[in-house]
Ligand binder design. Structure first.
Ligand SMILES: Cc1cc2nc3c(=O)[nH]c(=O)nc-3n(C[C@H](O)[C@H](O)[C@H](O)COP(=O)(O)OP(=O)(O)OC[C@H]3O[C@@H](n4cnc5c(N)ncnc54)[C@H](O)[C@@H]3O)c2cc1C
Length: 458
């Protein structure tokens, strides 16, 4: 039996961030990963999708190059090469994580880990990493590959899994989830995407750019639930112009290999399709994990970070939660001053949709503020008020929308237009630091940048 200060189950963004930080601060750390280091994010989520979307963007740029005075005759693409480049990118980044673990002195164990003593939380199924019940033993025992490991502290970073809804007929079809969609080397003639959330819409733009006839079916009355509704509708209008069809407030009631039956306003209709892609969401691998602001579960020796907490299901949230958990553990084990512990803040978690054009938001949306009864004013400008945006986006549309409280505090910032994913960081810092509109406006922004639109809007 080998003893560790810290055991971590799951090698995704939460797990590898926690492991690196703990190892670098002198904790004897073991990290268990049953599939591949990097987790969903690196292997089948954030990075693979963004790599494919970038290829699609390059193809689109080549197709529309004449708008910029550049001739690019009959551009074509090779999906198998696009997938091969995606795989190469993933391999490179996973190797980088492996090197980081070695450098931090973390022992990586490949295999499925189970907590022998168990923790609070309901096990979802037999493959679940924990057994329900509260541990009494101050040392946590973990079994993996017929060996037992003990640790003073444990961080659960086991992530989330795709939700498969009970749609009649669906399980008998060869439907794709995001995993299969990332590996497929042929462009389907048509694709029905069930679910108009971030993942569904990103795949919609990818396949639409490659020439697939894409239809999105969404149960809510707008795509991208949780993002600013006005900007989501504007993006939907842009994507409709590009040929993507949308059925909103529509429920899928049945599926076969080549058709999807939907119900809208009590009327049923059938959509024929070459392929179905299911993206109705993800759920934590463990149900009902409870954590405090230090990411501690009701058992003070056990922490949980990332998708398994079921909060935000985003890689950047997972990373920050891991930093908070390790800072607390270092304090608890008297490695650092206990006062250095930090609390997790969910005030400024950016949400980004990497479509073309991109959408990004941070802080409150108008919908949230109205629900919470918080008074606010809206400042809004078209992106065309930025010279750099005009220079780089021929006939491009976009919006910068800033929500301000009555005391001048910036409550939310929402952007449509490239590169919203990069610009949103500026707004995130301002909101996290509690800056007022006046304070942010006093910052000098480089010229010409698209980021100046934030200053201009303020
Ligand atoms: C298609 C897609 C696109 C996405 N795009 C983005 C994006 O652009 N930006 C963003 O922020 N987020 C994105 N996400 C979400 C992001 O991938 C997750 O939020 C992130 O991976 C969560 O990190 P995590 O460490 O909590 O879990 P994961 O990355 O899921 O890692 C959990 C790991 O735990 C391992 N594991 C589970 N149980 C055990 C066990 N018992 N023993 C050993 N190992 C175990 C799993 O094998 C897995 O590797 C995307 C997700 C998908 C599916």
């Amino acid at each position: 039996m080998t003893h560790y200060d810290l055991a971590i189950i799951g090698g995704g963004p939460a797990g590898y961030t926690a492991a690196e930080l703990a190892g670098k601060n002198g904790l004897k750390t073991v990290l268990f990963e049953k599939n591949a280091l990097g987790g969903v994010c690196l292997n089948e989520g954030c990075i693979p999708t963004k790599t494919l979307l970038y290829s699609a963007k390059v193809y689109h740029t080549a197709q529309t190059a004449d708008k910029y005075g550049v001739t690019c005759e009959n551009p074509t693409f090779d999906l198998s090469k696009i997938i091969a480049r995606k795989n190469k990118t993933v391999r490179k980044l996973v190797a980088g994580i492996r090197a980081k673990m070695t450098e931090a002195g973390v022992e990586v164990v490949v295999g499925e880990a189970r907590v022998i003593e168990g923790i609070a939380g309901q096990a979802r199924n037999d493959n679940s990493p924990v057994i329900a019940g509260l541990t009494r033993n101050p040392l946590i025992e973990i079994a993996c590959n017929d060996q037992t490991y003990t640790a003073k502290k444990l961080i659960l970073c086991t992530g989330s899994e795709t939700v498969i809804p009970p749609i009649p007929g669906l399980r008998d079809t060869a439907f794709w989830t995001s995993r299969e969609a990332l590996e497929n080397k042929e462009v389907p003639a048509s694709l029905v995407i069930i679910g108009g959330g971030v993942i569904g819409i990103e795949f919609a733009t990818f396949f639409n750019t490659l020439g697939t006839h894409v239809t999105v079916v969404e149960m809510a009355d707008e795509i991208l639930g949780g993002m600013d509704k006005e900007l989501s509708a504007l993006l939907r209008a842009e994507l409709t112009k590009k040929g993507i069809a949308f059925h909103l407030a529509a429920k899928v009631v049945a599926a076969t290999d080549h058709s999807v039956e939907i119900e809208k306003d009590g009327e049923k209709s059938v959509l024929a399709t070459a392929q179905i892609l299911l993206s109705v969401g993800r759920r934590p691998t463990l149900a009902g994990v409870k954590i405090n602001e230090f990411m501690q579960t009701p058992d003070p020796n056990i922490y949980a970070c990332g998708d398994v907490t079921g909060f935000s299901l985003l890689a950047h949230t997972a990373v920050r939660e891991a930093e908070v958990a390790v800072a607390h553990i270092l304090g608890e084990l008297r490695i650092t001053n206990y006062e250095l512990r930090e609390k997790m803040s969910y005030k400024a978690i950016p949400g980004v949709v990497y479509t073309n054009p991109e959408v990004a938001g941070v802080g409150k949306t108008e919908e949230m503020l109205q629900k919470e009864g918080i008074p606010y004013t809206v400042k809004q400008l078209p992106m065309a008020f930025s010279g750099r945006f005009v220079a780089e986006n021929e006939q491009g549309n976009g919006v910068c929308k800033i929500l301000e409280g009555t005391d001048g505090a910036i409550l939310g910032v929402h952007l449509l237009g490239n590169p919203a994913s990069e610009l949103i960081v500026i707004a995130g810092i301002a909101i996290e630091q509690g800056m007022t509109a006046k304070q942010l406006k006093a910052v000098v922004f480089p010229h010409p940048t698209v980021g100046e639109i934030i200053k201009e809007t303020l």
